[in-house]
Design a protein around this ligand. Structure first.
Ligand code: GLY
Length: 364
């Protein structure tokens, strides 16, 4: 089992560990018990994950001789809402969950973000741990303490920064992922290669077949490297004042594409096209050479992720979503660009004409 320490503000005693490996849940009860003096555990999971892993995790926690309950929410992004928060909170109250209870997020990004949010506000906050079951959650959303729910006005508009007590990444869970969900996670792993780890980028280029076959040692390697990169960035900029923005490489355009497609494009697909767009802007503005741009494009293509803007998405509509993002989030849109593979930077100086040209160039 691999362990990565996330060292946060010492004054708040907020540091925690990420455990990565196979069959690591055998240690779950023990590790949780040693770290946390909870009076009961409540697993929050969804209708897709519960039948697969709910009882397994309950069994592992039972080893700590404390009551374990399971709350199931409906699978899907629609559950990331205040209605679900209120529903889960009343179930927690009915179960008798107190400030000494520990919540366990068992699932993908929706379950993780929702559970973290509830943990940050239930009875003025209770501890929680993350057991991510999708590749995106394992390499991205379970690490770093971003929590939240969506509002009709936009995604993730209510939320907190609230760190888990630990993250348990059980790699054998990846076997149950659909091909599409596996690719969504690969898009984030490719992102880490582009922004921070040229060696991993090369590994992804070289080992495509073994990675799509989920060869265990390679999966452990790339998940661990990704978590290490994310943990290192979060340690330096937990609340996204600056550096953490580089994790959004490909996401600015990616989110606009997802929204413009009415979420027909998955997050990973939006990010994949968004990364080609960000690399394209970097090249157009003379920061990135043509050969590196081509390598980024080819790697994304190699993993079966889309690299072109679907023909039915009008450029005006995509740019409109970029503008509304700008209004909601901040008065400026920050783009993450790259000078070379492994060397990102953030700028708010990308003109709408450049973005429009790049979107047009990425058309099918
Ligand atoms: N997913 C980007 C972040 O956690 O900052």
């Amino acid at each position: 089992m691999e362990r990565i320490k996330v060292n946060l503000d010492k004054g708040r005693n907020d540091s925690y560990e990420i455990f990565i490996g196979r069959e690591i849940l055998d240690r779950l009860g023990l590790v949780v018990k040693v770290r946390n003096h909870a009076d009961r555990y409540v697993i929050i999971t969804d209708s897709g994950v519960n039948p697969l892993y709910g009882e397994l995790v309950r069994e592992k926690l039972n080893g700590a001789n404390l009551p374990v309950d399971i709350i199931e929410i409906a699978a899907g992004e629609a559950s990331k809402s205040m209605n679900t928060v209120l529903d889960v909170v009343s179930q927690l109250i009915n179960l008798g969950a107190s400030r000494k209870s520990l919540l366990v997020a068992l699932g993908g990004g929706v379950v993780g973000d929702l559970t973290g949010f509830i943990a940050s506000i239930y009875m003025r906050s209770v501890p929680y741990i993350q057991i991510p079951t999708t590749l995106v959650a394992q390499v991205d959303s379970s690490v770093g303490g971003k929590t939240g729910v969506d509002l009709p006005e936009g995604k993730n508009l209510l939320g907190t920064f609230y760190q888990p007590e630990g993250v348990f990444i059980e790699l054998s869970f990846l076997k149950s992922l659909s091909d599409a969900d596996f690719k969504n996670g690969l898009a984030e792993i490719i992102k880490y290669g582009i922004i921070s780890d040229e060696e991993m980028f090369k590994l992804l280029e070289r080992e495509h077949d073994a990675i799509v076959d989920q060869q265990p040692a390679l999966m452990k390697n790339i998940v661990k490297r990704s978590c290490k990169i994310k943990a290192g960035i979060v340690e330096m900029d937990e609340r996204e004042q600056g550096l953490r923005r580089i994790l959004n490489f490909g996401h600015t355009l990616g989110h606009a594409l997802e929204a413009a497609s009415d979420y027909r494009l998955s997050h990973g697909e939006g990010v994949a096209i968004g990364m080609v767009g960000a690399a394209g802007i970097s090249h157009k503005l003379d920061y990135l050479d043509q050969a590196s741009y081509k390598r980024i494009l080819n790697l994304i293509k190699q993993y079966g992720l889309p690299t072109q803007v679907p023909g039915d998405l009008e450029t005006k509509k995509i740019v409109g979503f970029l503008a509304s993002d700008k209004k909601v989030m901040d008065s400026k849109l920050h783009y993450v660009l790259v000078k070379k593979i492994g060397a990102p930077f953030v700028t708010d100086a990308v003109g709408v004409d450049v973005i429009t040209d790049v979107i047009e160039e990425l058309r099918q």
